[in-house]
Design a protein around this ligand. Sequence first.
Ligand code: ACO
Length: 308
Amino acid sequence: NHDLAQLVETSDEWVVTRTGIRERRFTAEDEFASHMAIHATENMIAKHGPQVLDGVDLVILATSTPDALLPATAAIVQNHFKLKAGAFDVIAACPGWMYALSAAAAYVKSGMAKKVLTIGSDALSKILNWEDRGTLVLFGDGACAAIVEAVPEGYGFKSFVLGADGEGAKHLNMRCINTTLPDGSPLTEKVSMNGREVFKFAVRVMSSATREAVAKANMQLTDIAYFVPHQANFRIIDAARSSLELPPEKVVSNVERYGNTSAASVGIAMREALDDGRIKDGDDLLLVSFGAGLSWASSVMRWHAKTF
Ligand code: ACO
């Protein structure tokens, strides 16, 4: 925060009070989403052994900051690890990795793929307006990687809820090829956001999508061991927690150290809760995210601590 206060008119106190964020990481000038995606996958290999990638037949990579429009960043990852696999990107803003998880789960369930390397990688620092204090302080760069494959009966994804409301496009956007939305309103050169509107939407949808995913899984909120929300702003997380009447110890939050890492956010939070021993084999988890679109996604899953 102190570094950013040298660039724009803000202060550590303002950022901490309004968002809970103290630190975030930014990629170097020559590092992009593909580099972080490869690092995250290498971390997975370091943890589980090289056999973790054996038999991967599909790579799905969620990002809003692909290295290029052509090729898909997923194909860069496929080539790096020499996987005999299909590869495509998902663009669905911050919930992108959860959309990727839902697609991976559907591919595996249908038999169209057996083992899916599912990555979230976003270098939002590359597309921020470094003069806009309203967005600059919120985001960080990061990546997560996971394998989705068949698990024993009773484990795995129990529900997915995916939603979008394109009416809200005006509240959070950035141009690519076109310069306007269909209604003629301008798309901006860099990320632009109406913070207040996104805040209200986020609090509302985090609790409604959570309730929906739990109901769809035929479960109760009290069955959930850990609530792993998108890490955008601690006030959003806490407002959702409070409206869902969840005890604070059930909520995973690391927004303080990473800011909003977009598509990587839920995966990084999950990884930390696994590493420190909070999430255990058989725990029921609730994952929920929201972002530009406006869009959202939630899921209930029973964690399977597989050894590869
Ligand atoms: N430092 C100091 N002042 C600031 C800063 C800053 N970094 N940013 C904004 N301000 C000012 C504003 O200009 C405003 O000043 P004004 O009253 O003179 O106009 C004042 O602070 C208050 O602004 P608010 O918008 O009312 O502040 P709020 O309490 O709503 O917090 C925030 C702003 C943190 C952006 C909040 O609205 C928020 O978190 N919104 C959700 C954002 C989000 O989660 N986006 C991620 C979407 S995910 C994706 O898909 C990319």
